[in-house]
Design a protein around this ligand. Sequence first.
Ligand SMILES: Nc1nc2c(ncn2[C@@H]2O[C@H](COP(=O)(O)OP(=O)(O)OP(=O)(O)O)[C@@H](O)[C@H]2O)c(=O)[nH]1
Ligand SMILES: [Mg+2]
Length: 371
Amino acid sequence: MSKPGLFGRIFGRSGPESDAPAADAPSVAESPIAEFPVEEVAVEEVIPEEAVADESAVAEPEAPAAKPGWLGRLKAGLSKSSDRLGRGIGDLFTKRRLDDEALGDLEDLLITADLGVATAAKVTERLAKTRFGQDVDADEIKAALADEIETLLAPVARPLALDPSRKPQVVLVVGVNGSGKTTTIGKMAKAHADRGLKVSLAAGDTFRAAAVEQLKVWGERSHCPVFARDTGADAAGLAFDALAQSRGRADDLLFIDTAGRLQNKTDLMAELQKIVRVIKKQDETAPHDVLLVLDATVGQNAHSQVEAFKEIVDVTGLVLTKLDGTARGGVLVALAEKFGLPVHAIGVGESAEDLRPFEAKAFARSLVGLG
Ligand SMILES: Nc1nc2c(ncn2[C@@H]2O[C@H](COP(=O)(O)OP(=O)(O)OP(=O)(O)O)[C@@H](O)[C@H]2O)c(=O)[nH]1
Ligand SMILES: [Mg+2]
């Protein structure tokens, strides 16, 4: 038996719908991805008030009476990661000279906390430059580490830049199944709509019926229209028509959701590339952003996902979700170091307030468990 290739491992990741065909399986005849040109069916514009089935699938958790602010949520969300790092540093440095052995131990700890070999080496090297031979305690190490991590992250901490001259700015959202694409779109749409921007959503994941319903729920929540078609419709055709309507509305933003899983890598590649191609027929500068949504709980596997998607589309920025569900939050630092792609936002929970623009300092301090 040959081992699955990179794409097989990445796109075959079992998610909520693990009954789907295995990656690299041959295309089935009834592939839902019809060929362009666009069907002659008008895009159904879903008015936010419209009743939507199965809200439970995307139910926003009840907010607690006294909600902590964003910093509190960030710290709570990163607590699994910071417990690991903070406790590890506490164990290593009660009062210890920062010698080669201590630096080696710290480097090992950073690697096990998913910061990656290169980042761990870089951070310890920099620490050695300023502190080598000194007696240090855990808090000093945490503070120094947070500073180094912040320095590494600062260049990539860039919120999604909005260009008001684009009507709309087209944001294509990609990622493996279950990574948090639809939720991220919903949260971002709500944040921008709440600020008074005109936002539309295109349900480009025509592969699963539930995906369309899920986006419609977010459309209601954020009072944004959702352009959708029936399951199995041509995603590129839908995207094309959605853009036409969004242009007609002079929207500020159009988010296009996509399927994370198709029959195989070739199908996924073909579908995403076709979406890009047809969008360009209307606006050759679009899509203006291609966001890759990554589930932080996959740890180092996130690297292969970035590589895989960069081969398919021109990824312009990252969103890391589910940082609350993992002790592997350090992977964000490793990704920043390796790819240098902007990290636009991070998710530390399921509700709309749990996705925020990524800030280097707050993240770095929370990651090492500093108040
Ligand atoms: N805890 C937590 N859960 C999240 C976060 N972001 C998304 N989720 C949850 O992750 C699950 C999958 O999210 P979706 O947005 O449906 O993922 P998707 O990429 O659209 O998935 P497909 O449509 O199957 O490709 C949902 O239950 C979300 O509520 C986060 O930051 N933290
Ligand atoms: Mg989805």
